[in-house]
Design a protein around this ligand. Structure first.
Ligand code: SF4
Ligand code: SF4
Length: 410
């Protein structure tokens, strides 16, 4: 990954036109110059030129970027602000270390599957005994963002499944932590759809977190360690494609070559990254999926995860899947590709800003009057489901493959 110093020239390309103001979701709710690409770039440039110190205040503004890339798409000078912001966070980690809460979250929870699972199970238990109601108000509302925690993870359920059916083709599947612990039904739906289309699925269970949270918060060392473990987990899989139903995982798995730049495993990282495909794109572009036989007589709209639409350029395929389901009526949502404010753990770290961004998204979803909201990222799903509940609506957020699976006969 590129160090912050190497972006100095690119930052100077910013012509201060302000086009990023019109699209930045954080600026829209904060209305502060330092909360938009132009302001952030100015802060970083001045720090690089020795005119500003790396202060906590500056770090706050850098951390407030959701990484949606809307500014990059709209920038006449093509400045890669989201990458520069990530590099600036890495600089802060280098100079000042990780903030305490980030360190706990990144090093003790997200890097260690057992701890992550235990933390979620404890939350489920606390909810069951209503102990969560005793949390301080600020923590309670953050806790409420998380969905109902299922009793069994996908890995628990997988023991009873037949994955090797002798189908003529096979594909690797990268199991995201969030789907494993919170949405096992999405992975089950993905397997059903793939098997109905004559593809077997190989799911190594010794994969770790993809490293996305570590990467975006500047802890590149841990992100690289996780990348190496994940590459090793797939080394015996003998597959040409590795798919994922998580947009965030997909976007960072595709960067393993760069994340391991200069490392002995760089080449393996590049080869691994070249195999990564989002499941929507895989079903449409490679599998050429069959239509289902069951009717799903409902209406649906779609939210584009930033990590899919702008990081992986996948937007048509999920819509094609939804439109292929017999009986399902697709309704486009205004600003479907605008960030929902979830951005991994942004909703926990910056609750108030995140909720303002979310409320705008939910208003647009409500305007479609669709029965179902589909999206292709578990992090967006958590945020959107919470938005539904906050707005007093039924939580009806699903992954497109779940609707497709419903259309296939059992
Ligand atoms: S759109 Fe690009 S060039 Fe214009 S102010 Fe924003 S970052 Fe600078
Ligand atoms: S990446 Fe998104 S949140 Fe960050 S500055 Fe650009 S538009 Fe704003």
């Amino acid at each position: 990954m590129k160090k912050l110093e190497s972006y100095h020239d690119e930052i100077k390309h910013c012509i201060r036109c302000g086009a990023c103001q019109a699209v930045c979701p954080v600026f829209e709710v904060m209305e502060r110059e330092m909360a938009v690409a132009r302001g952030r770039l100015r802060l970083i440039r001045e720090a690089l030129e020795g005119k500003l110190d790396l202060t906590d205040k500056m770090r706050d503004y850098i951390d407030l970027c959701v990484g949606c890339r809307l500014c990059v798409d709209n920038c006449p000078a093509k400045v890669n602000t989201d990458q520069i912001v990530i590099s600036a966070r890495h600089k802060f980690v280098d100079v000042k270390g990780l903030p305490f809460l980030h360190r706990i979250m990144l090093e003790q929870i997200l890097s260690k599957k057992g701890n992550f699972n235990m933390a979620l199970k404890s939350l489920g238990l606390a909810r069951g005994t209503r102990l969560n109601k005793l949390l301080p108000e600020q923590l309670k509302k953050k806790e409420e963002i998380l969905p109902t925690i299922p009793q069994r993870t996908f890995v628990d359920k997988m023991k009873e499944m037949t994955l090797d059916t002798g189908a003529p083709k096979k594909v690797g599947f990268f199991l995201s932590c969030m789907d494993n612990f919170m949405f096992p039904e999405v992975v089950e739906a993905a397997i059903k759809v793939l098997q109905k289309n004559d593809w077997d699925v190989v799911i190594p269970t010794d994969v770790n977190c993809c490293g996305a949270p570590h990467h975006v918060y500047g802890d590149w060392e841990t992100a690289a360690k996780l990348a190496k473990k994940n590459i090793e987990a797939f080394q015996d899989a003998e597959v040409d494609y590795i798919i994922t139903d998580c947009a965030t995982c997909g976007s960072v798995l595709k960067e393993y070559g760069e994340m391991l730049s200069g490392d002995a495993m760089e080449q393996k990282g590049k080869e691994f990254a070249a195999k990564i495909m989002d499941i929507n794109a895989f079903l449409i572009d490679v599998v050429k999926m069959k239509p289902g036989q069951n009717k799903v007589s409902q209406t649906v709209t779609y939210h584009d995860p930033c990590h899919l639409v702008r990081h992986q350029m996948v937007s048509e395929q999920p819509r094609e899947i939804l439109q292929a389901v017999d009986g399902l009526e697709f309704r486009e949502c205004s600003d479907a590709d605008r960030c929902c404010g979830g951005a991994g753990t942004y909703n926990i770290n910056h609750y108030d800003v995140s909720m303002k961004i979310l409320d705008k998204k939910i208003e647009n979803v409500k305007d479609t009057t669709a029965d179902i909201l589909a999206t292709s990222c578990p992090a967006c799903r958590i945020q959107l489901s919470y938005g539904m509940r906050r707005a007093g609506l039924n939580d009806m957020v699903v992954h497109p493959v779940e609707l497709l699976a419903r259309s296939y006969e059992d």
